[in-house]
Write a protein that binds this ligand. Structure first.
Ligand SMILES: C[S@@+](CC[C@H](N)C(=O)[O-])C[C@H]1O[C@@H](n2cnc3c(N)ncnc32)[C@H](O)[C@@H]1O
Length: 275
């Protein structure tokens, strides 16, 4: 069944505007892992479930060609509009059928998207297209938060986030549970795989990005569809609580503040056979 999330243009525009590009450290870490056993050219990387391109752009400096694939036409349009790059090709394409020759791709990545795929078919395709020694990197993240030095304030912010994630919990599509559980129950059919918890990314963002990030979550979008006044009230209360804790006056919504997010990564390698 075609994924019903990330198809509506207003959801995708919020997603594209308030989800920053992924940490370049993830790309560097993946290439280092690849290079442990592969010394050929870095010709092709494929980012599956690329959304509006945030996880594709980080691969561009390392590979001759990057393909960003997604089943959502709206996401692909946003990627082309906002994250175009001379060596990235965005394509409307499902994860279960990867249009690449056997043993032709050095790296496949899936950021925040694996849980939406038919895993058996996806893994089969990944193993087919990867060169021997090629790698699959799967990673995910769940929140974007303000970074505060003061431990008391940090505790208050964390408890505000705990509260809103608890309220959102019943609205997550069942597929997302696997991501929330950091793919602990997924069997990765690769001989070598490595879990890398907590790759932290710091960056500057705006107060409105913190609100927009929560609005971009599929759980929030589902809450909005089922009860629009509940969703409006939820986001309003979150905004008020956050504004008070961060002491951000209305007119400073666009000023830069220090934000962070934590990625959870899994790196897998296709068997390397000599001769
Ligand atoms: C949470 S978004 C992640 C987007 C992007 N990788 C990022 O880091 O922001 C998940 C994406 O997976 C896409 N997706 C879901 N099922 C898919 C499938 N079977 N094949 C390809 N893409 C899929 C959705 O359309 C959505 O854009």
């Amino acid at each position: 069944m075609v994924n019903q999330q990330f198809v509506e243009i207003d959801h995708v525009q919020i997603y594209s505007a308030h989800r920053p590009d992924v940490s370049p450290e993830i790309a560097q870490m993946s290439v280092n892992f690849l290079r442990e056993k592969f010394d050929g050219d870095l010709d092709i990387a494929v980012d599956v479930g690329c959304g509006s391109g945030q996880s594709s752009v980080i691969l561009a400096p390392f590979f001759r060609l990057v393909y960003g694939l997604d089943v959502s036409e709206a996401q692909i349009q946003e990627a082309v509009k906002n994250r175009a790059h001379s060596n990235i090709h965005y394509r409307l394409q499902e994860a279960e059928s990867l249009p690449f020759e056997t043993c032709s791709v050095q790296l496949v990545s899936a950021c925040g998207s694996l849980h939406w795929f038919n895993l058996e078919t996806f893994f089969r395709e990944v193993k087919r297209i990867l060169v021997p020694g090629g790698v699959l990197i799967v990673y995910t993240y769940h929140s974007l938060r303000p970074y505060l030095e003061c431990s008391l304030k940090k505790k208050k912010i964390d408890s505000l986030y705990d509260q809103i994630y608890e309220e959102l919990y019943p609205y997550w599509p069942k597929e997302v549970h696997s991501s929330l559980e950091k793919y602990e129950n997924v069997q990765f059919p690769f001989e070598e795989f490595r879990r890398i918890p907590d790759v932290r990314q710091f960056f500057n963002g705006r107060f409105i990005d913190l609100i927009g990030f929560v609005e971009s979550l599929s759980a929030f979008q589902i809450m909005k569809k089922s009860d629009i006044s509940k969703a409006d009230n939820f986001i309003k209360q979150f905004g008020l609580g956050l504004r008070e804790l961060l002491e951000v006056p209305d007119e400073q919504d666009r000023e830069m503040i220090k934000l962070y997010r934590d990625f959870y990564c899994i790196m897998c390698r296709k068997e390397y056979k000599l001769g």
